[in-house]
Ligand binder design. Structure first.
Ligand code: 6A9
Length: 778
């Protein structure tokens, strides 16, 4: 019996990691219950694609190529946002998250515009039309051939069917179909203007959404047509289906592609029409489309000014256009994903699947990381809630439904085939001991600060907060329980590797600041000042929410008071030596990466050389503050506004901020001081510095926000904060806009010596916070 009990208990522990949190779900309306957000550009990893907010949706998408540039292996076909496509620029320049969007893409000398407009009607989420156009910049490439491929596809688990259809005397083959969610529908194509050279289609079976391009490439045929005087044409072969499918039935297509090859300039429309919409006044095409689009654009520009007031603040038209592009590509990059993460705990034998769930979320980067990241999303939420609180609360709701019974939310969400195919195997599994900054508290705090009235004025919002509350409690308790430090009032990020030999300083991916230098020898004695401050923010926000909901949040209020007390904070984290805030732990600065000495080999024998460098510790570590590495982490008590405004320590922080030997540059604050031993050092031979110098916009936003706060709070250092605020704000805005003009992109980070954008592009995740900096909304 005892043994059975133990086995039962082990089984219980094993299943906890993938057991959902046991309370009412956050998302109570989904799919068709939210008809106006049923359809959307929810496939951010594509240049253009539409789908519904269903687990298994009909998906539509665009591929294109220039026949003269097509490689025999299919190279040159654009589909997923791939950095290697080397486009000069792409992104949504207008998008309201609900009804329409306009995107511009520069592919060499060609400019492609993709826009869509939705139209309510019927009972199945309405109609929409997408308009795709291409023009050439300069007359040289006029009349060049371009091929657009527009497809509809369903997944294995989609209940329904699609098939190619010719409608009346239309030139281009469209689609008819029916799915559980959409009912009956049609997709028709209209060639709006320009000269069509060739049309063809493909109706076939694809293995899945992750190999659509491959399916198309293997189906393309090259034919010659001497009569027409065209030497070669690349076409789709029509029906490409096995003669019989399962149980001898005729195989049904799950992918229908229409290809149209035309001469630049060219414009084409794809109209999705719901069979449940009977009294449609007319199709949303041509003039009707243009009219509706320009009406929605007007609304957008009007609302943008109403929310962000950039015109009123004196920004110039092209600066405002930049802000709209930054914002729109964040909002237009909101995706809808469905699937199960892969997770692991110390009780599971290897990774196990999480439960299948949907995620409605923005993404950091449509090309590099088109999926949800926990702490990124809290930053995205600042912009999104400023625009549309419903959307943001829905995003928060989806994320909090991903909480397990332990109160843990996995950091990186790799849901579904498409998402999974973008991530190398070794990065997929998420561990339930690992945290990530709880930035949703920042979002919630921001909402309470700026839009508290909106929370109460709209029906349903308080209900959302009510359902959220137990989950916030569980999340808080999870952090407070699992990330607690050895000393009372201290906290420690888990997940650092104490045994690694290759890393100059073991990374702390959980903190979000990946390779930012921490104690050289991770152990129980570590205390992380950033984590402590995050928990302080969490405690204060949750007690604020308790107050609004008339709950007893005393416990959180007390925790906040305890953690916000500057004397305990200073005891644990103020280094008297450097007069700055710092981590504490078993640490030495004397570490280097070196090639190991060649092993002694007997004369005449060749021993294979291990070329990888390893870490060499030149001086024993000791328990001390990690205070030689001044940088973002040192700023946290200031960033999260825990630092007492009257404290001379605030003065010291401000002095350090403007010191160009430390963090100050003309382009924003660098992540790590020039004087830090690991400034711009590689962590291994293969890992270039990431959070060891370059300028990151999320943290700069937090600094600007803190400066704004201290410049408005009674303090001897008010004026100083105000001056620095203005300068830092200007530097950031100026440089990000300059780089956008120069390169066409908003970047993941900016070089601290040149200001140049670097790493991922477009990165309109937290880098788009520049819009809130321009708008001065904190
Ligand atoms: C690994 C590589 C095709 C790193 O913006 C997302 C995160 C941030 O949360 C984090 O703070 N980025 C920052 O340090 C990008 C993380 C990408 C990890 C993916 C797999 C696949 O590349």
């Amino acid at each position: 019996l005892v043994i059975a009990g133990v086995i039962g208990y082990m089984g219980y522990l094993e299943t906890r990691v993938n057991t959902p949190f046991d309370e009412q779900k956050m998302v109570i309306k989904s799919g068709l219950d939210v008809p106006d957000r049923y359809w959307g550009s929810y496939r951010p990893g594509l240049y253009f694609g539409m789908k519904t907010r269903d687990p298994y949706s009909l998906v539509t998408g665009l591929m294109w190529y220039f026949p003269h540039q097509l490689h025999p292996d299919g190279g040159g076909i654009r589909h997923w946002c791939e950095d290697g496509d080397n486009l000069d620029r792409y992104g949504w320049i207008e998008h309201d998250g609900r009804t329409f969007g306009v995107q511009e893409i520069e592919d060499g000398p060609f400019k492609i515009t993709t826009s869509f407009v939705k139209k309510p009607g019927g009972r199945r989420g309405g109609d929409w039309t997408a308009r795709i156009s291409v023009t050439s910049q300069g007359s040289q490439m006029r009349y060049e051939l371009v091929s657009f491929l527009l497809y509809s596809a369903i997944e294995e688990k989609t209940k329904g069917w699609i098939k190619p259809s010719r409608f009346g005397n239309q030139l281009l083959t469209g689609v008819t179909g029916e799915t559980d969610g959409l009912g009956a529908f049609t997709v028709k194509f209209y060639n709006h203007s320009g000269q069509v050279e060739d049309v063809s289609y493909l109706s076939t079976i694809t293995e899945g959404l992750h190999v659509l391009k491959e399916t198309v490439i293997t189906s393309l045929r090259v034919i010659t047509d001497p009569q027409k005087g065209i030497q070669k044409r690349i076409i789709l072969p029509g029906e490409l289906l096995p003669s019989s499918g399962a149980e001898g039935k005729r195989a049904e297509p799950n992918l229908v592609v229409t290809q149209v090859t035309a001469r630049v300039p060219f414009e084409l429309e794809m109209a999705f029409e719901s069979g449940s919409y009977f009294d449609r006044p007319g199709s949303l095409i041509g003039e009707a489309y243009s009219r509706e689009l320009s009406r929605l654009q007007d609304d957008f520009h009007h609302k943008f000014e109403e929310k962000f007031r950039l015109e009123a603040k004196g920004y110039k038209p092209d600066e405002i256009a930049f802000a709209k592009a930054a914002f729109s590509n964040l909002l237009g990059g909101v995706g809808y994903f469905y699937g199960a993460s892969r997770v692991e705990s110390s009780y599971t034998r290897g990774p196990v699947p999480y439960w299948k769930a949907p995620l409605y979320s923005a993404v950091p980067s449509r090309s590099f990381f088109p999926r949800g990241f926990l702490w990124d999303e809290g930053f995205h939420g600042l912009l999104i809630s400023s625009w549309d609180l419903d959307i943001e609360l829905d995003i928060i709701s989806h994320w909090f439904d991903l909480m397990n019974v332990e109160g843990w939310i996995p950091r990186e969400q790799i849901l579904g085939q498409e998402a999974l195919s973008k991530v190398p195997e070794q990065f997929v599994t998420q561990r339930n001991t690992n945290a990530n900054p709880p930035t949703f508290f920042l979002t919630l705090h921001f909402i309470l600060q700026n839009f508290a009235d909106k929370l109460t004025e709209k029906e349903g919002h308080l209900g959302t907060l009510e359902r959220l509350y137990p989950r916030l409690q569980a999340w808080f308790d999870w952090f407070n329980g699992t990330q607690i430090g050895d000393l009372s009032g201290s906290y420690r990020w888990r997940g650092r590797d104490a045994l690694t030999k290759r890393e100059l300083n073991p990374v702390t991916l959980t903190s979000g600041l990946d390779d930012y230098p921490r104690a050289s020898h991770p152990d129980m004695n570590e205390r992380h000042v950033d984590l402590r401050c995050w928990i302080t923010l969490a405690a204060s926000t949750i007690s604020e929410i308790a107050r609004i909901l008339n709950r007893n949040g005393q416990k959180y209020g007390n925790t906040y008071d305890y953690l916000a007390d500057n004397s305990l904070l200073n005891e644990l984290h103020w280094s008297p030596r450097t007069q700055s805030y710092a981590d504490f732990g078993l640490h030495t600065d004397a570490v280097v990466l070196k090639h190991p000495p060649p092993p002694k080999s007997p004369p005449g024998h060749q021993v294979p050389q291990n070329t990888d460098k390893i870490r060499v510790v030149l001086k024993d570590p000791e328990l001390r503050f990690v205070d030689s590495s001044f940088g973002y982490v040192s700023l946290f008590p200031f960033l999260l506004q825990i630092l007492d405004p009257a404290s001379p320590k605030l003065n010291k922080v401000l002095d350090d901020l403007i010191n160009p030997e430390l963090l100050w540059t003309n382009y924003g604050l660098r992540s790590l001081a020039k004087t830090a031993p690991l400034y711009m050092k590689r962590n291994t031979e293969h890992d270039p510095p990431y959070w060891r110098g370059p300028i990151w916009i999320n943290l700069n936003y937090m600094v600007v926000r803190a400066l704004d706060h201290y410049s408005k709070t009674d303090s001897p250092y008010r004026e100083k904060a105000k001056t620095i605020y203005q300068e830092l704000k200007q530097n950031l805005i100026k440089n990000i806009i300059k780089e956008y003009r120069r390169t066409g992109y908003i970047w993941e980070q900016y070089n601290d010596k040149t200001g140049q954008g670097q790493r991922s592009r477009p990165f309109t995740g937290w880098s788009s916070l520049v819009v809130l900096i321009m708008a001065e909304i904190y």
